[in-house]
Structure formats: C-alpha cells, structure tokens
Design a protein around this ligand. Structure first.
Ligand code: AMP
Ligand code: MG
Length: 415
C-alpha cells in the first residue's frame, strides 16, 4: 500500500466537515466558546461623558490662575455620585463634587481631583462643603472620559471564529450582551480498544496495561472545546467494537485509537467496512503511520494508531483541525493548518530522520531572541515520558533524512 502525504490526508479528512450550528449561551458560560457571529457596538462607550477621578467638576477657565499659594475658591452647587444624574448646570465660579464614573454636569469641562483641593483626606460621609479651594489649574478636559472615546457605536468589536477570553466576556458585558451566539460544542464519541487495556483504579493483572489514550485524547478534546461521549474500552472482538460504536448516536465524530494496524486482533477496520465506509491509509509520517478514516453508520470516524504518542500526535495533526473547522475557525483550513502556529527553531543537536514527515518531541528554550531545540529522549511511539518532558514538536519535512546541529526547523509549541 502506498504512503499518502499528511497534507493530502488532512484535506480529505476535513472535506466532509462543516461549521456546526450556533446556539445562545449565557455570557457567564461563554468563556472558551467560539463566537458564531460578529459582535458590533450598539452604543458609544463610554455611553456618557464622566469623571475618571473623585474630585470637583468645574470650568477650566475659572481655575487657570490656581496654585499652591494662590488657590481659587469655588461655590459647591451639586453632589454627583456614580449612578446619579447631575441636577444643575455649572456656571462660572461654581463646582460640583463628583465621583469616579459619575456623569459630568453640563457646563463643566474639567475635573480637579480631590487631592488638589482643600477637600482632600476627608472621611467618607463628610457632608458637602459650601466652598472648595482649588490648588492646581486643570487643563481643559482634564480627568474626563468622553462619550465614545473607547468605542464608537457600530464599530466591530469581536468576530465570528474567535475563542472568547475573560476580557472578551467583559467587553460583551459592557455592551450588555447577556446571551452570546457561539458554535455548538462538537460532540465527540471517544473509544479505546484492546484486550490488554485496564481502567485505572483497578489492579493490573499479568500482561495488562492501563488505558492511557482515553485520558490524553479526552483532555485534548476537552481543551479544544468539545463535549465527550465516552464509549469506554472495547475488547478485541468485532462484537465488542460494534456494541461500543453503537453508543455513538447523535455525535459529530467517533474518535478511536488502536486496532488499526496489521495485527491479528485489529478489528476496527473490518467493523467500519461492514457498517460504513472505510478509508485506510498509511500516512507518510512518523509516528502515527496507520490511520483509518470513514464513517460508521453515517457518523464520521477517525481511527488513530494505538501507541500513546502516535495517538497524541495523530490528534494534533488530524483531529484538532477537524474540531477547529466545526467551530467555524476557517483560518484553520488544511492549507493554513500546515503553517499555523509554527515557529522556527535552531537545533542543538544533529537529527536523523527516515524521510517521513516526522514529529519529534523536543524542549525549546529561548536565548538572545533565538529559539533552540533539543530532543527530549526516546522517540519511540510508546515513550510517553519524552512527550511529558517536551514543550514542543519539531516538524521534520518529508524527504529529509538528516539535519546538522545548528540547522533550522519548524516546530509547534504544545499547549
Ligand atoms: P494496536 O494498534 O492495537 O496494535 O496498539 C498499538 C500499541 O498501542 C499496543 O502496544 C497497545 O497496547 C498500545 N495501546 C493501544 N491503545 C492504548 C491505550 N488506550 N492506552 C495505552 N496503550 C495503548
Ligand atoms: Mg490492539
């Protein structure tokens, strides 16, 4: 069977997937979700001219001569806490006490902070003074946040395809958006397979190992923003595999690991072929050469290789882009995916490769504005410890068999 290129496989895998429908979620629940619509400002922000200090609102022209030794005395005519509207217009010779965030009274064109008045250092609750002394001349507009100085009504604020962060939630709150349109979470059915797999929490018996992939793949799905439907662990029989896959109803993708090599107990391919469509590819990559793609009873299916590192890297290369596409992150097309997030690093040691596109576990360090990479140890597809020690994957291009110390390669930082 011929080897197919990573890029071609990814393109074929991505083709049938489309962005999911959008749903409204309460703002509080929207962090990490992906916006499904552009958000435009529906008002100016700030919405009204307001004070950025606790102080006195006045006419700047009244206080041009104010100084430490030559204070100007103004009559205090109003008291404006945050959340209240001013009741008076400010005329020459007058001032209003004003708190941070309170609307600027008409007539006033500057705010002098309390620290620059004789009303400094008063206990909260001190009644409004009749007069106030101003010790420093304010410039016109001092300490005033003008309506619309942050955002103009109609401005584009956040865009479809963006993953919402804490500051984005704050912005949406500022705009009064209570329900946020986000893409529905991809629902992913996750299956491990193999007679040797034992769930953690159970003592191991001879020849058995713990199920690792449910945890690594589950964690990666979770952080990519998916809802996981666990299909558990299937034994190496067609019956067990089918029974597990039948629990995948109403999911957007079935993701399995193992059982797709050439072993005598690798039944995944046979089951997929019987109940759906099977594409089995040997990919020109290392690790993770065998990959099954198709569908099971019309649900898209991706079968990753079973070794823990192969499954992990297979996820990064083939599954993450599928999820990004379902989440409307169109910039993550297969074309862009190949270059996305890549950094150039300099090798601290020579590297041998076998000509396949290789993803090697490495640790990247920064020194004098240059990134340097060193392999983290055994690169076998079962050596998970080198993945634990790694903070990046080096991507050795197809056709390259050796690289000298000091050569430059692309790398992906691991999240
Ligand atoms: P297979 O493709 O089924 O031959 O699996 C390849 C290798 O990966 C074997 O050594 C399996 O024991 C191992 N393996 C498969 N699935 C898992 C898993 N969920 N956790 C840990 N190791 C696994
Ligand atoms: Mg197996």
């Amino acid at each position: 069977m011929t080897l197919i290129y990573v890029h071609d496989a990814l393109e074929r895998i991505l083709a049938p997937f489309q962005p999911l429908p959008s749903v409204l979620v309460p703002l509080r629940d929207s962090v990490g979700r992906v916006l499904a619509e552009d958000i435009r400002a529906t008002t100016d922000l700030p919405l009204f001219d307001n004070s950025s200090m606790d102080g006195f609102a006045l006419l700047a022209s009244d206080a041009t001569q104010a100084g430490e030794a030559t204070p100007i005395t103004l009559q205090v005519v109003d008291d404006i806490p945050a959340g209240k509207m001013p009741t008076k217009e400010i005329h020459n010779g007058q001032a209003a006490r004003i708190m941070t965030g309170a609307p600027l009274p008409p007539g006033a064109d500057a705010v002098v902070p309390v620290e620059e008045t004789d009303f400094n250092d008063r206990a909260p609750g001190t009644p409004l003074p009749e007069n106030v002394k101003i010790f420093k001349a304010p410039r016109l507009g001092a300490n005033i946040r003008k309506r619309g100085n942050d955002i103009r009504n109609g401005a584009g604020i956040l865009f479809a395809g963006q993953r919402l962060r804490a500051q984005d939630l704050g912005m949406l709150a500022m705009l009064g958006v209570a329900q946020v349109p986000v893409y529905r979470k991809p629902r992913i059915a996750l299956l491990s397979s193999g007679d040797e797999l034992t769930p953690i929490g159970t003592p191991l018996t001879d020849g058995k190992i713990y199920d690792v992939n449910s945890y690594t793949l589950g964690a990666m799905l979770e952080s990519a923003g998916c809802e996981i439907i666990s299909l558990g662990v299937a034994a190496d029989t067609p019956k067990s595999v089918k029974a597990a896959l039948d629990k995948a109803k109403d999911t957007d993708l079935i993701l399995s690991s193992a059982g797709v090599s050439m072993g005598s107990f690798d039944f995944i391919k046979a089951v997929i072929e019987e109940e759906g469509i099977l594409n089995f590819w040997r990919i020109n990559m290392r690790p993770g050469k065998p990959l099954t793609f198709g569908n099971y009873k019309e649900i898209p299916f991706i079968g990753l290789a079973g070794n823990p590192v192969s499954a992990f890297i297979g996820f990064m290369v083939f599954v993450r882009p599928v999820i990004e596409k379902m989440l409307g992150r169109s910039e993550h097309s297969s074309e862009n995916r190949q270059t996305r997030d890549r950094v150039r690093v300099k090798l601290l040691e020579p590297i041998q490769s076998d000509g396949r596109e290789s993803y090697l576990r490495a640790f990247i360090d920064r020194k004098d504005n240059q990134l340097y990479a060193q392999l983290t140890g055994h690169q076998g597809s079962g050596n998970l410890f080198s993945m634990v020690q790694a903070n990046a994957l080096l991507i050795i291009p197809v056709g390259v068999k050796s690289l000298k110390k000091g050569a430059q390669v692309d790398a992906w930082f691991l999240d």
